[in-house]
Write a protein that binds this ligand. Structure first.
Ligand SMILES: NC(=O)c1ccc[n+]([C@@H]2O[C@H](COP(=O)([O-])OP(=O)(O)OC[C@H]3O[C@@H](n4cnc5c(N)ncnc54)[C@H](O)[C@@H]3O)[C@@H](O)[C@H]2O)c1
Length: 304
């Protein structure tokens, strides 16, 4: 299949492109390198079946001459902890509109990267694909990210209803592994690993009792490949996550990573960062996935 991947030099994009090429797909990858890196794609850059275009997806002209049967739209702004809510809302909506217009014009399918953050503060756990979204008020800028993804999901489904757009929407719960961004951009798991390796204190936001689950990148990519190659993924939404039993508090994650890297006997260096440092901020206290749907559809995350 000829596939366009946006955000190809980022964490998930680079790992996914690598595996899709091994399965003989042809890949055009776009990235403006705002958060991704050429190092992430150095293994594949000279592959005959891979073409890299450096550019901004906010510019629709960039997409004009590309031909693809499927667009995997990964490029995104994330939670504006250390960045701007305006940029998250503006860039995510402009990019999505450009990609959807391209899909409609070329009659190709979109695979859209959404997030577990859409479930927000919903206390009804674990989160199923049809669970409610419970966000905080509009003056808390962290919700800009979830909102931009909810808008994206609704926009895609509305385009499917009106104009027949084919789609798959995936909601990732935190992934980790090779090529992850080693700042907060990559999530706590990647920052904690880089801090522990440098013997620097692990920064915990709030009291660290908030919980998450984490998925190894090979499993995330395996699930994505099944979504790419299986017709069963058409017009469906899937959580891509590990088992709910993997739920761990951020504080315990920090301690675990520290001990795995610096030895069982080493006392973890931990520093607590109050939420007030991010202005008016709210965290999600528990985030637990239900992955029954992706398993039942044969789109499960076994490794290829
Ligand atoms: N990594 C996770 O655990 C996780 C969790 C939930 C959702 N997601 C979603 O999955 C997708 C991929 O996440 P990731 O962790 O690989 O992110 P990433 O930041 O590592 O990769 C995204 C890539 O998009 C590029 N990009 C951003 N804006 C661009 C633009 N305007 N034009 C061209 N390129 C642009 C960046 O340079 C980066 O390389 C994102 O949509 C993210 O919201 C990821």
């Amino acid at each position: 299949m000829k596939i366009l991947i946006t955000g190809v030099a980022g964490f998930i994009g680079s790992n996914l492109a690598n595996q899709l090429l091994k399965r003989n797909h042809e890949i055009v990858g776009i990235d403006n390198l705002s958060y991704g890196s050429l190092n992430n794609i150095e293994e594949i850059i000279s592959n005959d079946k891979f073409q890299f275009i450096q550019g901004d997806i906010c510019n629709p002209l960039l997409l004009k001459d590309i031909k693809a049967e499927l667009i995997i739209h990964l490029a995104s702004q994330k939670i504006p902890r250390y960045s701007s809510a305006y940029r998250t809302l503006e860039e995510n909506s402009i990019m999505l509109k450009n990609i959807v217009n391209k899909c409609l014009a070329d009659k190709c399918k979109i695979l859209f990267a959404s997030t577990s953050d859409v479930y927000g503060k919903n206390k009804d756990l674990p989160f199923k694909e049809d669970s409610d979204f419970v966000l905080g008020d509009s003056t808390v800028k962290r919700w800009a990210y979830a909102l931009s993804k909810i808008y994206g999901e609704q926009y895609i489904i509305a385009n499917s209803d009106e104009f027949g757009l084919n789609y798959t929407i995936v909601r990732f719960f935190g992934s980790y592994g090779t090529n992850q961004n080693l700042t907060w951009w990559g999530g706590p798991q990647s920052l904690f690993i880089s801090k522990a390796f440098r013997n620097e204190a692990i920064e915990i936001h709030g009291d660290g009792l908030q919980t998450r689950t984490f998925t190894y990148i090979e499993d995330t990519v395996a699930a994505l490949i099944n979504c790419v190659e299986s017709k069963k993924s058409d017009r469906e939404i899937f959580n891509i996550a590990s088992n709910p039993e993997e739920e761990i508090s951020i504080l315990n994650l920090g301690k675990l990573i520290w001990k795995l890297i610096n030895g069982e006997g080493s006392i973890p260096k931990i520093v607590f960062i109050p939420y007030s440092n991010f202005g008016k901020y709210e965290d999600v206290q528990r985030r637990v996935p239900n992955i029954t749907k992706i398993k039942e559809n044969g789109v499960s995350s076994h490794r290829p």
